[in-house]
Design a protein. Sequence first.
Length: 357
Amino acid sequence: MNTFDERAPVGATAPVDVESLVDPAPAPQVQWLTLHVATGNLLNLAAPGHVYYPNQDPYSDSEATRKAEWLGAQIQRLNADVLGVQEVWDESALRAAVHASGMRYTTVAAPGSEDGASGTPRVGLVTRLPVLDLESVTAFEPADQVPIPELGLQTRFERPVLRAHLLSKHGQTLQVLVVHLKSKRPKFLQDDQGNVLEDRDDPGVVARATLRSLTMRAAEACALRRLVVDITHRTREPLVLLGDMNDSPQAVTTQMIAANQSVDYDKGARDTALFHAWDVQTEAPIRRDVAYSHVYRGWPDLLDQVWVSEEFVATSRRALGDVRRVDVFNDHLHESRERWRSDHGFVRALLRLRSAG
């Protein structure tokens, strides 16, 4: 019996398409593997007795325990696979907070604070993912060094950047940067003992000191941008940046790092751009005006942020997953202001990675 092709002329025969008679294989279903990443400024987390600033009393044993317990409760609530933290003076204090959480983490590290940091606090990483490499980045590349008024050449991050190379749950490698940029607090000139040499009540002096802070933060942003480009170009791996940016997501310094404002007309720019997790989440976000992580003189702002490379942007051709949801934990900002609490909210993003199964 001949099989006729309805599209062929009458009387013509066509070969049987055997494959068309067989049910097509079902398309592989997408399985989502989830990854919680979070960031939080811990507000001068130090061991008892450590004088971290000359004008601050060290924590007593009871205060240090209270702070560890409070932070432990926050860590438990976040339940993050990867947690970037800022303002760690003693790694032992960070370990105490993680221990108080009751959560199991394989890595708790804050390079530079193992024996107690001095001068400035450090950033740290708490993760349950395997760590392939962990590096503290301090120095700028020569091209990124910038003169700061009356202070000379800035050649390094005031708080070293922590770079981690992690292995996700299904074998995908992941690059993570934990950062804490220079604050907006005016940078007054000081002597070797930390005594201020300028008149803080002089508006012109305050403006000049604020200029120094801005220039320092801008220099750090430029150096950090170079690091982002290096990672995205050289590794071609997904990148997540966690940190206290000390400015809003749309600030010039923040956008220097992300460099995502040209991606709409320059698709090639996506390769090295970072995207604010809040803006690319696929689940309907809560109102932006309640998404703040710090309050200064009654003014709320989102200083603590999660940024991702295009592999976590659902509409990207290189997408390996997406940002499903971003949560901000900030209720404690409106409670009492004891120093065992943090004066920053915690930000957590639920990332998803696709795995065909």
